[in-house]
Design a protein around this ligand. Sequence first.
Ligand code: NDP
Length: 312
Amino acid sequence: MAEENVKVLIIGSGPAGYTAGIYASRANLNPVIFEGNQPGGQLTQTTEIENFPGYPEGIQGPEMMEQLRQQALRFGAEIRSKTIAEVDFSKRPFRCVDESGDVVYADTVIVSTGASAKYLGLSDEEKYRGLGVSACATCDGFFYRKKNVAVVGGGDTACEEALYLSTLAKKVYLIVRKDYLRASEVMQRRVREKENIEILFNCNTLGLFGEDGVEGAKLVEFKGTDKEQVFDIEIDGFFLAIGHKPNTDIFKGQLEMDAEGYIKTAAPTTRTNVEGVFAAGDCADPIYRQAVSAAGTGCRAALDAERFLMNN
Ligand code: NDP
């Protein structure tokens, strides 16, 4: 079991973590970033990013994250392909243990662990995981060329996933539980203009069926009303796009969180309830959840950590 001391430990590696790494390394704080099991975070699973300032023609998500990573490395951030499994924030330096049992004592910690895709909670999602159920169209869409697929959700992510899949699949059903889409106007328009996307409003998924993989989904329309009807659609792929859950389980009982598990910070700073621990990005953002806002809070967290170290 190895032990070491660091001034700034950054847990997580999306736009928030890498930006914190850029600022902390430029401040000579020798930050160590634990990338976790999805280096680069959620944006490595997306296609084109059109709304990050500075890329007038857009940029692919994985490419942008690699650039952020390189920028952090350039100024001396140390990046490890490991996960922090356990933390003790009860006293400083904070004791953090990685997945292999090695211990990092950190004077400050920046939590930027992001968020993960939510599932509906159906037992069939488990049963067919990897056999037709996915929460990432960019990762798995390729397997559904010329097939029928469904995307669940009515937000920007669902529309983005449906549009991406519509370029590969024969037909895309968009399963929306309300009678409207929550997505931005531009995304709604793009979805409506696609001939091979069919929006199923007022529909919920009851289950999935199939022999060796997904062959269809059982849906209910107008659930709980006198118009209620149950019907099947034939699909080979079932994609979830119903929002995200913050990756904050290991901080439960130590950092204050809201009911959904988002870490509470003292706005406009990134300070948590534990002095010396800061939170940035989606793990502390139930509202905006944008790459650019995550990068912005990553910058703030590094500056907050720097000030904290100066004063302590
Ligand atoms: P959202 O929370 O915006 O949307 C989630 C969708 O899933 C809603 O339509 C919601 O329905 C539905 N949903 C939630 N739970 C269930 C359930 N149990 N069963 C069925 N449907 C369910 O999440 P997104 O991931 O789409 O977006 C998150 C944020 O990221 C937003 O601010 C969005 O604008 C942004 N974003 C921006 C993009 C861009 O600008 N290019 C791309 C992707 C995301 P209901 O409406 O009924 O609650």
